[in-house]
Design a binder for this molecule. Structure first.
Ligand SMILES: [Zn+2]
Length: 411
């Protein structure tokens, strides 16, 4: 416990956080071991864990031989979360337990990105998932929304999402008012990184960097249990790390960006440039061509893999994370990225040899991360929702005044 923890409330919150996170990492653990790991007294551990059992967050496991008292684990089925991922074309939603394990899931198309309509669709999707799973609303802790773009997570405002066409949209408040639940909103890659830190590949780590590849390229950084956002929420825009001088033109208008080699559109484009014969090929076709041994497809993917290795090395050299995760729809190209990716990564990453943990990508990965935005409140006590329905009703959640006029640019 830090020495500057002066008031009882702060130190109580810190001690609870210490204990809950040790149990999250360990799975099942004895009270005596908790005292050793946290440095808290046996009496303090007993007091805090009793409180947490009473609140339904912890439970005692069945007795095992030789133990005086039953070990403790988290009671994952006492709290539930809704995770929603917004893309250009659809909403993907899940209802999960506290470990972000999916209990129910649904998708629905969104053909327009007007904030009001999207918020209504999110609220309806959440309520349908709750009904479908038979979960009492009182045990649903909130909604997490993940989307591409820069987000002011503390206020629940999408500052800028060129892909969705939003600029200063207080989307957490809009959804909270319609769903009657608390709402967290964050960048989708941040949410994925948080999910991996809480219950995924970075579960045992204090710092996690997660890079995702697919439609775009991005990274989320978790440091000491919290997302590192940067000054304006724009940290992790690794898609625009320059990996080549005077390189390919990127969607952002600059040259040589990582994304200009590795995003799915860029891969498709690079194949088109090799021959007119490929002009109708999609990303899936590039993969099929590579699988059949097509030279051009293999050459494009090898080049992209080399670019990806450079980007990952830049990320590691900048942040030195304990765990480095690679995820996103684009990991399906990995068999063809791998050789060049590993080669460039090992050549350029400083320090001792490091591993890249590749996420076995599936449809739930984004939405589980979104549910993690809700679940994080049980493990970190300093991330309030972007908007809660009660505050909204009292008019206190009105964020920053005139600059927050809804603004929408058609795609
Ligand atoms: Zn760029």
């Amino acid at each position: 416990m830090p020495r500057h923890a002066t008031n009882a409330g702060t130190s109580r919150a810190l001690n609870r956080r210490l204990i809950v996170n040790e149990i999250r990492r360990a799975g099942s653990i004895a009270r005596s071991e908790l005292a050793d790991l946290t440095g808290l007294s046996g009496a303090a551990v007993t007091f805090i864990t009793s409180e947490l059992i009473e609140e339904g967050l912890l439970r005692e496991d069945p007795e095992s031989a030789g133990q005086r008292r039953r070990p403790l684990s988290l009671n994952y089925s006492n709290h539930f979360a809704i995770g929603i991922k917004l893309t250009e074309t659809e909403l993907q939603g899940v209802l999960t337990d506290l470990s972000t394990t999916v209990i129910a899931g649904q998708r629905r198309a969104v053909d327009a990105h007007q904030p009001e309509q999207v918020a209504t669709a999110c609220a309806e999707l959440a309520l349908e998932l709750i009904a479908q799973s038979g979960t009492p609303v009182s045990r649903v802790s909130g909604i997490g929304l993940a989307l591409p773009g820069i987000v002011d997570a503390r206020q629940g405002i999408v500052t800028e999402s060129s892909r969705i066409g939003w600029h200063y949209v207080p989307v957490a408040r809009l959804i909270a008012e319609k769903a009657g639940l608390r709402v967290w909103v964050d960048n989708d890659v941040n949410a994925f990184a948080l999910g991996e830190h809480l219950f995924g590949l970075g579960r045992q780590a204090q710092s996690v960097a997660a890079m995702t590849i697919g439609r775009g390229v991005g990274a989320g950084l978790v440091v000491n249990g919290g997302i590192f956002r940067g000054h304006r929420g724009g940290a992790g825009e690794v898609g625009h790390i320059p990996i080549a001088i005077d390189g390919r033109l990127c969607e952002c208008g600059r040259h040589g960006c990582l994304e200009a080699y590795v995003s799915e559109q860029s891969i498709v484009k690079q194949l088109h440039e090799r021959s007119d014969d490929y002009r109708k090929c999609s990303a899936d076709d590039v993969l099929a061509l590579a699988q059949s041994g097509n030279f051009d497809a293999l050459a494009v993917l090898d080049r992209a893999g080399g670019g990806l290795g450079r980007g990952l090395a830049a990320l590691v050299n900048m942040f030195d994370p304990e765990v480095l995760v690679l995820g996103g729809e684009g990991v399906r190209f990995l068999p063809y990225f791998k050789k060049a990716m590993t080669g460039e990564f090992e050549r350029l990453a400083f320090g001792e040899k490091r591993r890249i943990d590749v996420h076995e990508w599936n449809d739930d990965a984004w939405t589980r991360g979104a549910a993690g935005l809700v679940v994080q409140q049980f493990f970190n006590f300093d991330v309030p929702p972007g908007a809660s329905p009660i505050r909204a009703a009292e008019g206190e959640a009105e964020p920053v005044g005139e600059t927050l006029e809804l603004s929408y640019r058609p795609l």
